[in-house]
Design a binder for this molecule. Structure first.
Ligand code: FAD
Ligand code: MLT
Ligand code: ZN
Length: 426
């Protein structure tokens, strides 16, 4: 492929790569970039059991680190479906949110220090283990969520909480999104400090999971909406009773139509599989148009309904091969107002694309939401940054990029092109 870069001196552009599980194409080269895969930097450097401070190489796999912490009665403050492959460095570079942000907060709060290599070779040695350090700008924050655009993260220190002794999970069926909101409000009130996840799944997402896995559903009946509520506390029986009382309460108030509380580890895993299994199952038919959005909670599901209505009106959704769209589904992290709107298709199709964009982005901009809540911009979403960020903010971001990476060698075709690279790349 002719890139236009052949005769320039600065062709040594690089793409940092972790577990390659990112969903916006940030970790894959576009032209002739060199991929720097971090897999071999995979040592756990230290762990302090008193403070809970962990220091790891960037290439450590999340599940491996969490397994190590389990032996020390601690937990990594992030969990997500890709834990078996994604790296801690990739998690930090994408500022991944995941399933328990509601409980443990974002990596911007939990990461204490960063070691990184800048494009000119400077090692940023800021592996602080301090919780408090108000001595000037907190520059490590720039690397969290930077998607490899200003440097390569090589080490991370992170504050890890004590692992809860008991985990319990409930699975609810509800009749409307209004009732889901009420259930969330009640959960915060009644489960308060032991609430660790509140996830949303609509009936269409669960139908598609069922069509792929054929697994027995958690509840007897079928409902328009489902929620997965997880508690993490210190006493299994006490927490289970609390969760059962909560279920009784929301059923009495007719907020929840039916529900089940897990009785053992196997059931907990089974309930979670109906949520964590959604992304993989959606890919079963061919393609998926994925949108990862922050929306004020009240209107969170309206977008799914309007998108589905658009697809129906355009005659694009149906059970036969003539229809490109298999289903328009909504699921996500209710506790963080983060909707995953996904359109599962039999093939990528221009007509589907035309219905979706810019409709989705304009809808989000009108509500001051975010067009990328937790997955980042990468390549897939970079052209839409203007729907969520003002010109002033984008200009400031460009200044930072140019300051750290004046030659534009770090992940050059992601986010926004550096002016220099536009010339060569297009
Ligand atoms: P990669 O995909 O390899 O890279 C991602 C980006 O980070 C790229 O831009 C890359 O250049 C950069 N990067 C990677 N490593 C470094 C480094 N050491 N230094 C600098 N830059 C680097 N995300 C969520 O937020 N929440 C979820 O719940 C969630 N669930 C997921 C479930 C599934 C099944 C899948 C497939 C993905 C999910 N994701 C989720 C997407 C998510 O961003 C990641 O899985 C994860 O954080 C990326 O880590 P990675 O190591 O695979 O990074
Ligand atoms: C999830 O919450 O399951 C992930 O962010 C992946 C996805 O959006 O599909
Ligand atoms: Zn998610």
């Amino acid at each position: 492929m002719e890139t236009g870069c052949e005769n320039t001196e600065d062709i040594r552009t690089v793409v940092p790569q972790g577990g390659n599980t990112g969903l916006v194409g940030g970790s894959v080269p576009v032209f002739d970039e060199i991929v720097i895969n971090m897999s071999r930097m995979n040592e756990i450097r230290s762990f302090d059991e008193v403070s809970g401070t962990l220091v790891v190489d960037a290439g450590c796999i999340l599940e491996v680190v969490d397994g190590y912490l389990k032996e020390k009665n601690h937990i990594f403050p992030l969990d997500l479906g890709a834990k078996g492959s994604c790296h801690i460095g990739g998690n930090v570079a994408t500022n991944a949110g995941g399933l328990r942000l509601l409980r443990y907060g974002s990596l911007h709060g939990n990461v204490l220090g960063i070691e990184a290599v800048l494009p000119d070779g400077t090692v940023v040695d800021d592996l602080s283990k301090l919780r408090k350090n108000n001595t000037g700008y907190d520059l490590k924050q720039l690397f969290i969520g930077a998607e490899g655009t200003i440097g390569i993260i090589t080490g991370i220190s992170v504050l890890c909480p004590q692992r809860s002794k008991a985990t319990n999970v409930a699975f609810f069926g509800l009749e409307s999104f209004e009732k889901v909101q009420l259930a969330f409000k009640e959960a915060k009130g009644q489960l308060s400090e032991i609430l660790s996840a509140f996830e949303l799944m609509d009936s269409q997402s669960q139908d598609l999971v069922h069509r792929v896995t054929k697994n027995k559903r958690p509840l007897e009946g079928e409902y328009p909406f489902y929620c997965l509520v997880e508690t993490s506390g210190s006493n299994f029986d006490h927490d289970q009773e609390k969760l059962s009382n909560f279920l009784e309460h929301v059923m009495e108030k007719e907020i929840v139509l039916d529900g089940a509380v897990s009785e053992n580890e196997t059931q907990i895993k089974a309930f979670w599989s109906w949520r964590e299994g959604i992304p993989e199952c959606l890919g079963h038919w061919g393609g998926v148009y994925k949108y990862d959005l922050s929306i004020p909670l009240k209107e969170l599901y309206l977008l799914v309904e309007e998108t589905r209505a658009k697809m129906e009106k355009a005659g694009l959704i149906g059970d036969t091969n003539e229809h490109p769209v298999v289903g328009v589904v909504g699921y996500g992290h209710m506790g963080d107002s983060n909707l995953h709107l996904n359109v599962a298709t039999r093939r990528y199709d221009k007509k589907v694309e035309k219905e979706l964009e810019p409709f989705v982005y304009e809808w989000i901009a009108k509500r001051n939401g975010s067009i990328s809540a937790e997955h980042g911009l990468g390549l897939a979403k970079k052209n839409y940054i203007g729907y969520s960020r003002s010109d002033t903010i984008i200009a400031l971001m460009k200044q930072i990029k140019n300051l750290y990476d004046p030659n534009g060698i770090m992940n050059p075709y992601k986010w926004f092109f550096s002016e220099k690279r536009i010339v060569y790349a297009i």
